[in-house]
Design a protein around this ligand. Structure first.
Ligand code: CAA
Length: 380
């Protein structure tokens, strides 16, 4: 089995690591404290090709593979988890389905400028009363001549406050259940679309999240992505890729906390020696390192399957489930290594702990990942 990265994959990882160390890590604590969206850093990600990593150059992207994307997501999230999720949503949840299902006209308008980083996309599936049970959505899109009229509300929309376009899922025929869901591209300047105030969150505070409200919001028929009724499959297939991005984000958060705990353990002295010499701390370090490596292997396997064009639903779910739960454990242990200092905002480790928590919830909770994994395992 070959675990070697290609030269291109190593280059993108090193470029992102360097960018994260220079531009993200030194600022992430301040952005978090002020709930400040890192607009300048996101613009620079676009210039580096990191907002359309796996989109071919003809549609404005960097034309790399999913393994490169996962490596980039880990490194960027290691620097700033909020910047990581902003990047992840634009790449996996917005550009990826556009590339797969968009017409050339849709790609020219809704993909290329977003992959180039000139514009930002978001993905609107979740509603106030339908999260895990995504097919229970209430938002409707009523066909009227050559257009659709959209009514409803979506919430917890990452990138919602900044987005220039929404990939929206709405019911076109409720009687058909999940087969009555369709996908639409909605520019955020469309009349009838309004945004709620940004949500106040426990972590990833520098990323934007808000509700979106649709009231008699009219889009032309040519803004529908895929056929009528394809929406649920588009959403689920898209999340198979998105979960690799979130797993890589969790990995980056865990890695950042681990590096800080390791450095602190070599500095801090207790009982006449550096605490890294104490077996209690060594066991924590060993468990953290093992969890991170195991998660990295699962993330890279899922990404490699995606690159080979193979179904990776269960593998993505396993990567996200394991990496997110590992990240919560690792960040909590890293905080413990820091003792009382870890519980203050003078150190970054408390932020990593808060940031890790959402990776067990968005793009499908840990419970939903277990449902997906069990369905696949029991089928075999
Ligand atoms: N790829 C393609 N098709 C899929 C699929 C996949 N991964 N998963 C399911 N389908 C298809 C099935 O084959 C089935 O098709 P047929 O009817 O033709 O046979 C259809 O979809 C329905 O499948 P299920 O019966 O399994 O659907 P379900 O209603 O039981 O739901 C679920 C399955 C896994 C629970 C799903 O609802 C789910 O993933 N829920 C979680 C939603 C989620 O992840 N939300 C995240 C929001 S986005 C976000 O969080 C972004 C952010 O902020 C960063």
């Amino acid at each position: 089995m070959n675990f070697e990265l290609t030269d291109e994959q190593r280059q993108v990882r090193d470029l992102c690591r360097d960018f994260a160390d220079r531009e993200l890590r030194p600022n992430a604590r301040r952005w978090d404290a002020r709930h400040e969206y890192p607009a300048d850093a996101v613009r620079k990600l676009g210039e580096l090709g990191l907002l359309g990593v796996a989109v071919p150059a003809e549609w404005g992207g960097a034309g790399m593979d999913s393994v490169s994307y996962a490596l980039a997501m880990e490194e960027i999230s290691r620097g700033c988890a909020s910047t990581g999720v902003t990047m992840s949503v634009n790449n996996s949840l917005y550009c990826d389905p556009l590339l797969k299902y968009g017409t050339d006209e849709q790609k020219a308008r809704f993909l290329a400028p977003f992959a180039r980083g000139e514009r930002l996309g978001c993905f609107a599936l979740t509603e106030p009363m339908s999260g895990s049970d995504a097919s229970e959505m209430r938002t409707t899109a009523r066909a009227r001549g050559d257009e659709y009229v959209i009514d409803g509300a979506k919430n917890f929309i990452t990138n919602g406050p900044q987005a220039d376009a929404v990939l929206l899922f709405a019911m076109t025929d409720r009687a058909k259940g999940h087969k009555g869901i369709s996908a639409f591209l909605v520019p955020t300047e469309t009349r009838g679309l309004t945004r709620g105030k940004p949500d106040e969150k426990v972590g990833i505070r520098a990323s934007g999240t808000c509700s979106l409200f649709f009231e008699e919001c009219v889009v032309p028929r040519r803004f529908r992505l895929g056929e009528e009724g394809d929406g649920f499959k588009i959403a689920m297939g898209t999340l198979d890729g998105g979960r690799i991005g979130i797993a890589a984000q969790a990995l980056g958060i865990g890695q950042a906390a681990f590096e800080e705990a390791r450095a602190y353990a070599k500095e801090r002295r207790a009982f006449g020696q550096e605490i890294a010499k104490l077996q209690a701390i060594q066991f924590m370090i060993a468990d953290m390192a093992t969890g991170l490596d195991a998660a990295r292997l699962l993330v890279l396997r899922a990404a490699a399957l995606k690159d080979r064009g193979q179904r990776h639903t269960a593998e993505s779910a396993m990567a996200k489930l394991f990496a997110s739960e590992m990240a919560e454990r690792v960040t909590s242990t890293a905080l413990q290594v820091h003792g009382g200092y870890g519980y203050t905002t003078d150190f970054d480790v408390e932020r990593h702990w808060r940031d890790s928590r959402i990776t067990e919830i968005y793009e499908g909770t840990s419970e939903i990942q277990r449902v997906v994994i069990a369905a696949s395992v029991l089928k075999g």
